[in-house]
Structure formats: structure tokens, C-alpha cells
Design a protein around this ligand. Structure first.
Ligand code: NAD
Length: 491
């Protein structure tokens, strides 16, 4: 086990669990082994972090954008330097195979690299300047919005923080991070690297605690300007109601229910390969994974056979075991939801072609579910209405393109959507008709640190990544200049 910190970072100090207080236990989801205990911070400690973030703001905001970018860039470098250690830590607390964890560390580093590269051009001078009628001149300025907080989920314990922390720091904001209580160790390790990279006291802080307590303090604190959340739509809705009290800006990256459409002219090998990659990565516990697989009726059986072969070949086990491709589910509730959805699909007439059962793994507890393919799934099944968050691939067939689009768009969610076709102009039209913020055309893994990621409808507000992700952490102000000050002629 790599060395790890287990304290919170508050106002430049590492704060351990108080002797008289209960701690939060972090378990290996595969074995149930206690990996670490982290503090359950009090309301007073959360306030102290927010006060420190407010105190650090003027200094950090007035640091030149290039100097801030240097610190942000160094965090990216340190993540890559420590990739092996961080990936092992991630697998211990979250369960994903270590090769995937390595990929997540690189993905997280990419957000710091993107922010360092893009932010100075947006923040150093005016965003744009132009002449207005009547001899006036318009100047648009971007400035970091102030004290921010991040609330992040367990499924990507490092990358979901990186998507928030990197743009916040580059824009001149300070941030208090609250990771999911099941996966706080990567967040603490990231805070440690931020300090090593030169982030001043109070600029980056990490708190572990009861989530409702964190929300109450953050939304109640006079300095908070923005809360960025990644997680379920249900909790997102709750945070919207909290934010109404003091009109605090929200970034919301919420749940998905991605359609994966395979048209009759698709390259079937490519579609199957990308579907397997999208669906079974992280044991199906990703917000953009293929959740509703829609295959043209002429290809349905062939596609199901090939996806069955791909799913059957995957190796299930502890994420630290070499060669394992599918790790455990995060908790017993996740197992119950997956089993209920499979039972519902079968009861409605679907056929299991592989999987559909738990898998015993030596030395581990009962948290593994076999990669599963269901064919002939009616679109009224529960797995077409709610996120599965498990390694289950339900396939339904469609007749026409319009029918596929109607099914794809017929949900309150709109995070990711996929379309596989051999016709580029058809792909272009479909990309415009699908109601989603992220569209993969012949691509099952569309995430990138340089692209604006986010949802439409009940999948969220705002974007993370690319220059758009930096502007989410900025206030824009327009300056209208009527006459040039005496002695400073307009250029
Ligand atoms: P969750 O909403 O239960 O938890 C997410 C975070 O919210 C955690 O930090 C948790 O501690 C906190 N939280 C829980 N209850 C809270 C409360 N009452 N007040 C304040 N904070 C609270 O979600 P989850 O189960 O951890 O994650 C899975 C969900 O996240 C899925 O719906 C998935 O689609 C979504 N997700 C979305 C994206 C995206 O980019 N859109 C990325 C990853 C995950």
C-alpha cells in the first residue's frame, strides 16, 4: 500500500480526527478491508476552511495569471510523477482496475495542463474590445468569481475534482473540496500535491464530513460565490433549493442515461468494440456509459452475439490483480439496483445472453457482477428509464432513424449520446437532433480535458474542460468607455 495522508487540509494545516470524535471509515469495496479513517469535520471546521478561502482570495486573485498557471501546471506534472502511487490508492478506495486508474490520473493531469495553457489568454487582458456606436468603446473583462466549493462523487475520485479545481485555481478562485465520503484519499493526495506545487495557504483545502453538514455550511457562508457539484440528479435538485437562499451560482454535472444508437450502415466491429469499452469500463459505473443500446433491427441479433462474446471474455476480479478488467460494485445498494433492473428486463421478455449473476472472487466479498448482455429488451423496461450504474448492456431494436431519435430523446436526461454510422452527413444531422451535451460519433469514449463536457435537460448546467470550463469560474463584466480620459488618447 502506498504512503497516504488521512488528514483534512484546513487553512494550511493538516487536521486529523479529534480523539473524542468519530471518524469516517474508508473501505476497499472489493474486500471490505479498512483502508483508512478520515475526519468527520465539524461545522466549525467547515466554516474555518471557508474563512481561510476568503482570506486567501485577494492575494491569489491578484497574482498574475501566468504565475497562477505555473502552479496549476506543476500540479499536473506532480500527478503524472506520482501516477503509480495514486492509481494504487484509487483502486484501493474505489475498486476500478489499476490500469483504468492510471488512465484516470492522466485524465486528471490533463485538466491542470489545459487550465494552465488556456487561462492566461482569457484573464490577462480584456476578453474582447470593440467600438460601439456613438464613439464609445466596449471592453469585456473576465475575473475569477471568488470563493468556491466542490462536491464530487466516488466513481472518478480524482478526475471529477481535477475538472473543478484546475479551472478554479487558474481563474484566481479559491476552492474547498468535499469528496465523497467513500473515496476521500485521492482528494487528500491531490491537496498535498497542490501544496507541493506552491498553492498558497487557504487556496486549496479539503474537508471530509457528512455531506448535508457541508452543504448547510457552504450555502450559508457569506463568502461562497459558486458551488460546483458532480453527482446524482436527486442531490443536484436539493442543492438548487439550497442555492436559492443566497442566489449562489451552481455548476451541476448530474446523472445520464446515454443512448447508444447503431444504424444499419454502421461498422459493426467498431460499434461492438466501442460499446463494450463504454459499457464495461469502471464496471459500468460512469455517468456517460451506454445505458440504452439501440440497434437497427437487421443488426440486432448479430450485434448481440458479438457484444456477448466481448462481455464473456472480460476478466472480473480485484482491481489490483494483474489483467483484471472489471472490478467490484461500490456498495450493496448498487448490487441490489443492478439485480432489480435485470430481473425487471427478464420479466418483460428480454433474454440474457451472458452474465446475469454475481461472481465469486477469492479473498473478496460479494460485490462482483458478471458482465451481462440482455437482448430484445422492451424500451418500457426500468433499465431504459433509470441509470444502471453496473456492467449490464441492455439492447433494444428499432426500425427507423426517427424512431431511434424519439427513444433516445424521450427521457429527462441529456448527458451523453452515441451514434454509429458509416455516413458522415447522417452523423452530423443526428448529432444536431440528439438532446445531449456530449455526442460520440463512432466513438464510445468521448471525454477530453480540452473539450466542454456537460449535460442538457436534467443532466445539469455548465461545462467542464476546455476554455469554456475556465469561464465557468469567472465573472464577466462589461466596461463601456464613453470618452477617453484627458491626456490618454485612444489608440
Ligand atoms: P450522489 O449525488 O449520491 O453523491 C455525489 C456527492 O454528493 C458526494 O460527494 C456526496 O457526499 C454528496 N451528497 C450526497 N448527499 C448530499 C446532500 N444531501 N447534500 C450535499 N451533498 C450530498 O451521487 P453518487 O451516487 O456518488 O454518484 C453517482 C451519480 O453521479 C450518478 O448519477 C452519475 O451519473 C453522476 N455523475 C455525473 C457525472 C457528470 O459529469 N455529469 C460524473 C460522474 C458521476
Amino acid at each position: 500500500m502506498p504512503t497516504m495522508r488521512t488528514e483534512c487540509l484546513i487553512d494550511g494545516e493538516w487536521v486529523a480526527t479529534r480523539p473524542d470524535a468519530t471518524a469516517i471509515a474508508v473501505e476497499d469495496p472489493a474486500t471490505g478491508e479498512l483502508v483508512a479513517e478520515v475526519p468527520d469535520c465539524t461545522g466549525g471546521e467547515i466554516d474555518r476552511a471557508l474563512d481561510a478561502a476568503a482570506a486567501a482570495l485577494p492575494g491569489w486573485r491578484s497574482t498574475a495569471a501566468h504565475a497562477r498557471a505555473a502552479v496549476v501546471s506543476r500540479i499536473g506534472f506532480l500527478l503524472r510523477r506520482d501516477a503509480n502511487r495514486l492509481a494504487t490508492l484509487m483502486t484501493r478506495e474505489q475498486g476500478k482496475p489499476v490500469a483504468e486508474a492510471m488512465g484516470e490520473v492522466a485524465y486528471a493531469a490533463g485538466f491542470f495542463e489545459n487550465a494552465a495553457a488556456v487561462a492566461p489568454a482569457l484573464l490577462d487582458g480584456p476578453l474582447r474590445e470593440s467600438d460601439l456606436p456613438g464613439g464609445k468603446r466596449l471592453r469585456v473583462l473576465a475575473q475569477g468569481t471568488g470563493v468556491t466549493a466542490a462536491i464530487t462523487p466516488w466513481n472518478f475520485p480524482l478526475a471529477m475534482i481535477a475538472r473543478k479545481l484546475a479551472p478554479a485555481l487558474a481563474a484566481g478562485c479559491t476552492q474547498v473540496v468535499k469528496p465523497d465520503e467513500r473515496t476521500p484519499l485521492c482528494a487528500i493526495a491531490l491537496a498535498e500535491l497542490a501544496v507541493e506545487a506552491g498553492a498558497p495557504r487557504g487556496v486549496v483545502q479539503v474537508i471530509t464530513c457528512d455531506p448535508a453538514r457541508f452543504a448547510e455550511r457552504v450555502f450559508g457562508h457569506a463568502s461562497t460565490r459558486l458551488v460546483s457539484f458532480t453527482g446524482s440528479t436527486a442531490v443536484g435538485r436539493l442543492l438548487i433549493s439550497h442555492s436559492a437562499r443566497r442566489v449562489i451560482r451552481l455548476g451541476l454535472e448530474l446523472g445520464g442515461l446515454a443512448p447508444f444508437i447503431v444504424l444499419e450502415d454502421a461498422d459493426l466491429d467498431l460499434a461492438v468494440e466501442q460499446c463494450a469499452a463504454s459499457k464495461f469500463r469502471n464496471a459500468g459505473q460512469t455517468c456517460i456509459c451506454a445505458n440504452r443500446i439501440l440497434v437497427h433491427h437487421r443488426l440486432h441479433d448479430d450485434f448481440a452475439d458479438r457484444l456477448t462474446a466481448a462481455a464473456t471474455s472480460l476478466r472480473v476480479g480485484h482491481g489490483l490483480t494483474p489483467g483484471v478488467q472489471v472490478g467490484p460494485l461500490i456498495d450493496d445498494g448498487a448490487m441490489a439496483r443492478v439485480e432489480a433492473q435485470v430481473a425487471d428486463a427478464i420479466a418483460r421478455g428480454a433474454t440474457i445472453t451472458t452474465g446475469g449473476h454475481r461472481v465469486r472472487v477469492d479473498g473478496c466479498r460479494d460485490r462482483f457482477y458478471a458482465p451481462t448482455v440482455l437482448k430484445g429488451v422492451p424500451t418500457a423496461a426500468d433499465c431504459f428509464a433509470e441509470e444502471t450504474f453496473g456492467p449490464v448492456a441492455p439492447i433494444a431494436s428499432f426500425g427507423s432513424e426517427d424512431e431511434a431519435i424519439d427513444i433516445a430523446n424521450g427521457t429527462p436526461y441529456g448527458l451523453a449520446a452515441y451514434v454509429f454510422t458509416g455516413d458522415p452527413s447522417r452523423a452530423d444531422q443526428l448529432a444536431r437532433r440528439l438532446e445531449a451535451g456530449v455526442i460520440g460519433v463512432n466513438d464510445g469514449l468521448p471525454s477530453s480535458a480540452v473539450a466542454p463536457f456537460g449535460g442538457v435537460k436534467q443532466s445539469g448546467w455548465g461545462r467542464e474542460g476546455g476554455p469554456e470550463g475556465i469561464l465557468e469560474y469567472c465573472d464577466l463584466r462589461m466596461v463601456s468607455i464613453g470618452t477617453a480620459p484627458r491626456g490618454s488618447p485612444r489608440e
